[in-house]
Design a protein around this ligand. Structure first.
Ligand code: FAD
Length: 371
């Protein structure tokens, strides 16, 4: 990343939003030689250690186009995080522990049985496991079977953003960008900064997560609050990322992480104790052995944020009104972002996308305007 006092070079790309999607897209563009300016009022310097997440997915019973897309995204994300971690050994953000998805109730058990019976899964991607195997993988007492994703794992999300943005061709500017600051020229975009600086670039990408409606009010984007909770690790802690009716992540800095709430009707920006309680009550439903181990009064840590959602639960990545939009990543941005970044990069260059035509149409912003 360019130091703050260096003169700002004229970028090739301006990205508003240095969240999961914006920072990974900036990184992929910079890796191919593009000069990128990223604008965000809350860049991850220093990273918040409480913001954590899992690389997990829930395949459908039949290998639907959506599952195929998620499968490809999952593998792309795992490979990207492993490579980026190797390049930034000093920023510890990725733990490739594998992810264990438990058949925590009867309905999920039947669903998992069907998806195993109906598909031939590559064991390097997904394996059914018995309760015994689930126990030995996780280090916890598990009484139900599950699905094991060896390429999964868990992340310190802000440290991931920091690692992605640490590149000599990326400059991060701490500012909130507003729609009225961006103006289209004949072959470039102009963005006026409150400081008086004016950037121009051929490509403008909006990646502002749940705040994306300001750039694209015509898109049917929703927003759902969530909160995760961290607690001091006890002797009984998960060794792998675990998913069920929520997720539980192995200790980092001596704290396990349990999440996350889906608060459909809340716009509370700060974490609250009610959501911490909800996370622990939920854990007791799907992973009682860990809930019991964590049951004593604890010093909670937490992080709250907002997920950007779409009516069809597919993310949005593509061109809209001459700029690009990357939004609607819902609760799976850590899985989707690296593949979507590569897709946007290909669109910008007119190169061939890692996505086939069908998948590209399913995530295109224009899908909401077609009859
Ligand atoms: C509690 C919780 C737990 C989650 N757990 C997981 C998980 O385990 N696994 C997973 O895959 N996903 C998880 N998610 C979802 C994941 O965080 C999102 O999918 C992901 O962050 C989406 O990336 P994004 O870049 O679109 O949005 P964000 O990461 O939210 O980033 C948006 C960025 O835009 C910036 N911004 C906003 N407005 C402006 C503006 N006007 N100008 C400039 N910048 C602006 C913000 O400051 C922010 O940095 C979780 C979400 C929550 C809330």
């Amino acid at each position: 990343m360019a130091p703050a006092d260096e003169p700002v070079p004229s970028p090739d790309v301006i990205i508003t939003g240095a969240g999961v999607a914006g920072s990974i897209t900036a990184r992929r563009l910079a890796e191919t030689g593009a000069r990128v300016v990223v604008l965000d009022p809350a860049p991850p310097f220093p990273p918040n250690p409480e913001r954590r997440g899992a690389l997990y997915m829930k395949p459908a019973v039949n290998y639907s186009p959506e599952t195929r897309f998620a499968h490809e995204a999952f593998l792309a994300a795992s490979a990207f995080y492993s490579r980026l971690q190797t390049e930034h050994a000093d920023i510890d953000f990725w733990s490739p522990t594998g992810t264990l998805s438990l058949a925590w109730n009867e309905r999920e058990h039947k669903r998992q049985e069907k998806l195993i019976a109906r598909n031939q899964w590559d064991p390097a991607f997904l394996q059914p496991v018995s309760p015994q195997k689930a126990s030995s993988l996780s280090g916890l007492e598990v009484t139900v079977p599950g699905l094991w994703f060896p390429a999964g794992g868990h992340l310190r999300v802000d440290a991931l953003r920091q690692a992605a943005l640490t590149h000599p061709l990326i400059r991060v500017i701490t500012t909130t960008a507003h729609a009225q600051q961006a103006q289209a020229g004949t072959d470039r975009w102009y963005v006026q900064m409150p400081s008086g600086d004016r950037f121009q670039a051929q490509t403008l990408i909006f990646a502002t997560g749940a705040a994306s409606t300001q750039w694209a009010p015509e898109l049917p984007l929703g927003c759902i609050r969530g909160q995760l909770t961290t607690l001091p690790a006890t002797k009984l802690t998960p060794r792998v990322a675990m998913a069920g009716a929520g997720y539980a992540l192995p200790p980092f800095g001596g704290r396990v992480c349990v999440g996350a709430t889906f608060d459909r009707h809340s716009d509370l920006e700060k974490p609250d104790s009610h959501s911490d309680q909800a996370n622990l009550e939920n854990l007791a439903h799907w992973l009682p052995s860990l809930a019991e181990a964590l049951a004593k009064p604890q010093a909670y840590g937490n992080w709250a944020g907002f997920r950007s959602t779409t009516p069809d639960h597919m993310p949005l990545a593509g061109e809209l009104n001459g700029h690009y939009v990357l939004a609607g990543l819902g609760g799976k941005g850590l899985m989707y972002a690296p593949l979507l970044a590569d897709h946007l990069m290909a669109l910008r260059l007119g190169a061939s996308s890692p996505l086939d035509e069908d998948a590209a149409e399913r995530i295109a912003p224009s899908r909401f305007f077609q009859r």
